[in-house]
Design a protein around this ligand. Structure first.
Ligand SMILES: [Zn+2]
Length: 498
């Protein structure tokens, strides 16, 4: 195929070009320039020519498979989000607000020998026991809000970990096939392995090697420790353990599990123990700006958390009065502070003023027995202002019967934030923008929304929220890679923490 024909075929694909296609175009262009400039020059061995560019991996038409793979990832990430909400609902309120919030977002992966929710809970308890926060960095207030993007990141880390595990056990399994089987098995690793075998793939390697690969790919801070943890022989029957983890837990059950884990073995790797000793005797891990940033950003986090808690309590109070049952907040587990009243088409005329926020939180009737009355997931739409609550009354609904993809919200999707919305109710972001998109009056394209959502949801990167939960024992690399030249400016520029 001649280069012009090939280029026109790539550009005529009528879809966003993946990086491999752009690379191929660049190679074709370089090869054409080289041909035009010096036709008689002898070509060196290995130099690109129109013919040997055929070996480049991407070919027109492969984009469809990429899109399906990406769709599978988003579906799985939606499912995994549901597991994390369930795990948060099962953890005890006091323990979650004092301790487990941090262990869950740092090491509460959903892969392991049990079902995903039990794995999240057990990994969270183990992480908190094996890697307790450095005592100088413990929070001096209770946490009522899990930062939205940190929750999304651990969900993404979990997905890449579980895919790595499967592909380590089945060396010929593609990423697409791993995702497909995980979807069929509802993210249950053992069930997925059975299904992969039934599909004709040959199993190989060991669980230990696969856990090591999973720990590395999911950014575990001590992969060797995770491998040791998976081989722990606990002083408890596996069926009894599974039964305990599938119930709503209280503080004494969690303490009992933590004791079992710590009694069985010290799971920290030798390298990590050495590192911890080094860190405890060395305060040089943070520069002067970082030392000032951490307490300042924690004060800001507390102030912003208090704002959302105040708003949620007011909305929940209103709901309680309507229902005649007094509800109590368990934990906030997702916020999108950028919700506009009506359409976003004239946002620039309003100087990008966002009147509302959307929020998900877990709550239960006050004083109820959580063993028999599970915590419910709620959605609320509240005003971002402090004095316009009468003009803009809040909405508050339980969303037990909804799932992440039941209904759509332009504002949440456009900001790449996972919020479960109520299926039977109306809220800002549900209709206006989508109707305008359908009639061609909205500049934003559906591809833009999908791309933004994909970018935020399917992403593993350092977050500025990491400074809130900073622990010198575990996060030395964050400090090393982010020197922070001006802490006060960083705090000023941050905006509301959610
Ligand atoms: Zn929304």
């Amino acid at each position: 195929m001649s280069p012009p024909v090939k280029v026109s075929k790539i550009l005529g694909a009528r879809c966003c070009l993946p990086p491999a296609a752009v690379k191929l175009l660049a190679r074709l262009l370089r090869a054409s320039i080289s041909l035009g400039a010096d036709r008689k020059k002898k070509r060196k061995r290995g130099e690109l020519t129109p013919r040997n560019t055929e070996s480049v991996e991407w070919k027109p038409g492969m984009h469809g498979t990429f899109r399906h793979t990406q769709t599978l990832k988003l579906l799985l990430l939606g499912k995994i989000h549901g597991f994390y909400l369930e795990a948060l609902a099962r953890l005890p309120r006091d323990g979650l607000r004092k301790l487990h919030y941090c262990s869950l977002i740092k090491g509460g992966y959903c892969y392991g020998p049990m079902d995903p929710v039990s794995n999240i809970i057990f990994n969270t308890i183990w992480y908190g026991t094996a890697f307790p926060m450095h005592q100088d960095f413990e929070f001096d207030f209770q946490v009522d809000m899990i930062c939205t993007r940190t929750l999304m990141r651990i969900e993404c880390c979990s997905l890449y970990g579980i895919v790595a595990f499967l592909r380590a056990r089945f060396s010929s399994l593609s990423e697409h096939d791993a995702l497909w089987h995980l979807l069929l098995a509802n993210v249950n690793l053992r069930l997925a392995m059975e299904m992969v075998e039934q599909s004709g793939f040959l199993i190989g390697g060991t669980d230990l090697d696969a856990y090591k690969k999973a720990a590395v790919d999911s950014w575990h801070s001590d992969p060797d420790a995770l491998v040791k943890f998976t081989t722990l022989s606990l002083d408890i029957e596996p069926t009894k353990l599974s039964h305990m983890l599938t119930q709503t837990l209280n503080d004494s059950t969690v303490e009992h599990l933590a004791m079992l884990v710590s009694k069985s073995s010290s799971t920290k790797s030798k390298e990590h123990t050495l590192l911890l000793n080094e860190v405890s005797s060395c305060s040089e891990i943070l520069n002067e700006n970082q030392k000032k940033l951490i307490p300042a950003i924690r004060r800001k986090f507390k102030a912003d958390q208090d704002f959302y808690v105040r708003k949620v309590n007011a909305a929940l109070n209103k709901f309680s009065q309507q229902k005649g049952v007094d509800y109590e907040l368990h934990i906030i587990c997702g916020v999108n502070p950028k919700v506009t009243e009506g359409s976003t088409a004239f946002l620039f005329k309003k100087r990008f003023k966002y009147e509302y926020f959307h929020i998900n939180f877990l709550a239960a009737p006050k004083g109820s027995d959580t063993a028999t009355t599970p915590r419910e997931l709620f959605f609320a739409e509240c005003t971002n202002g402090d004095k316009d609550e009468e003009e803009r009354p809040s909405l508050c609904f339980p969303v037990l019967c909804s799932s992440i993809d039941d209904t759509r919200c332009f504002c949440c999707e456009h900001n790449g934030i996972k919020i479960v919305h109520p299926f039977f109710e109306t809220y800002n972001g549900r209709r206006d923008d989508f109707q305008e998109m359908a009639s061609g009056r909205q500049d934003v394209l559906i591809q833009t929304i999908i791309s933004r959502y994909e970018f935020e949801v399917d992403g593993m990167f350092t977050l500025k929220e990491d400074w809130i939960y900073f622990d010198p024992n575990m996060d030395g690399k964050i400090a090393q890679m982010n020197p922070i030249p001006d802490w006060a400016r960083k705090v000023r520029e941050w905006g509301r923490i959610f």
